[in-house]
Design a protein around this ligand. Sequence first.
Ligand code: FAD
Ligand code: FES
Ligand code: FES
Length: 477
Amino acid sequence: MQSKIQFILNRELIEVNINPATVLLDYVRSLRLTGTKEGCKEGDCGACTVLAGELSEGKVNYKSVNSCLIPVQNISGKHIVTIEGLNSDEKNLNPIQQAFLDEGASQCGFCTPGFIVSLTGYLLNEGKLKNNNVLDSLDGNICRCTGHSSIIRAAERIRSKFKNEIISSKGDAYEYLTENKIIPGYFLSVKKMLEGISNENMNSGLQNSVKKYFIGGGTDLFVQRPEEMLFTDAQFLDPEKNLKGIKADNGYCQIGCSVTVTDLLESETINNIFPQIYNFAELFGSTPIRNSATVGGNINNASPIGDMTAFFLALNSNVILSDGSIKREIPLNEFYTSYKKTARKPEEYMEGINFKIPDGNYFFNFEKVSKRTYLDIASVNSAILINVENEVITDVNISAGGVAATPLFLFKTCQFLKGKILNAGNIKEAISISQNEISPISDARGSADYKKLLLIRLLYAHFVTLFPEIINAEQTV
Ligand SMILES: Cc1cc2nc3c(=O)[nH]c(=O)nc-3n(C[C@H](O)[C@H](O)[C@H](O)COP(=O)(O)OP(=O)(O)OC[C@H]3O[C@@H](n4cnc5c(N)ncnc54)[C@H](O)[C@@H]3O)c2cc1C
Ligand code: FES
Ligand code: FES
């Protein structure tokens, strides 16, 4: 299978006939751009980090991504920046590279390009993103030999030197960044170059046929079966721009399947509904993973511990399925039929998801426990949406992941709580009911007993977080 793909790689317009499931890391290294390193090839280490710039509302927006997991089809029409594309025009070190040298932040150097690229991504987004934090921008990068203290010092040096200047720079921050040699001058002509790329070959077009795989961001598929993806019959979804929107309409929120975790985080609509979205989303993967991981991929990989799945289950969402012409909608809490199996027919893809925008006196919370706090998938996760009027629980939805073969909606627990007074006694009784709704197994993420206990703690955590005046941590033991 070959596909014609056009994109900009650093300074150059590339047009290539290539297997579209080739991962970007392999492609750039085949061009001898060997600054981008292959470490884990599983999205964990960040040695392969590159920037992907995409035209949106007349601007080029850059995001850091793991090139080891991105199929080249998904970079069609974008600007890809490897470490070579950040070298200054004058051939001396740029300020980020210089900060690494000054702070002794590089020893063997294997991780260094990834860190520099991530920090550049941070500066390119300064002033644009609500929660742009220098250390968070490095959450997908690991150094095995220098130790992170010197890297943190270098990052802090960069932040304190440039952050305020960028924010206060009138006009285009990219101009400020080029003037200060953080990015080379050619960045200023990238917008025009991207506008010149024909859309013709960018979209592969959703066809009405059975496909073995639909490919979203690829952060599952290219970890689990990278070789198979080169030879399998697959349909790419990311380039389909019309699957990307988030909109509020008639009291419902509609989210396209290609929306990423970062898109959710940046969406005004989502932030209005869930002001705490950043606290929940930062528990999902790392910055580069969040920049690629889609809602469609999370729901359709049917993992019992998908975080977005738990999130959307508690919102009583509906899944919108389409075979290219006929659409149907089913509740997410009926979507999972058995372990890793869904009600989606082979010829269907998930077009998106919708949920009724919560109204009245509602509260939402998401909790997750994993072996590591960050960059790890859950042992157990849970979300709750609860409405309380005059101390009475008028409505409640609770999800639980990692405690059964499929993601669960805790029907009986919710049924018990509905119409009850919100007090410690009812909360305790509901949590004991939840234990009869689950059937966890022992695996690498913990024993069955441990997961049962975890769910108890996470359910208490919802109530302690949302209603500290009703129940406090001491009352939960
Ligand atoms: C380092 C790392 C950290 C991670 N951390 C987390 C985490 O904290 N929490 C978490 O929940 N997950 C995590 N993941 C898993 C993964 O990132 C998510 O599940 C992600 O949402 C998958 O989306 P994707 O677009 O990349 O999926 P893909 O890999 O593109 O697809 C996944 C599956 O869904 C199918 N699919 C995709 N889109 C559709 C569609 N629209 N219709 C039908 N089928 C479709 C594909 O065929 C495939 O079977 C992590 C992964 C990595 C590599
Ligand atoms: S090689 Fe480790 S994240 Fe890509
Ligand atoms: S400098 Fe060696 S891995 Fe970071």
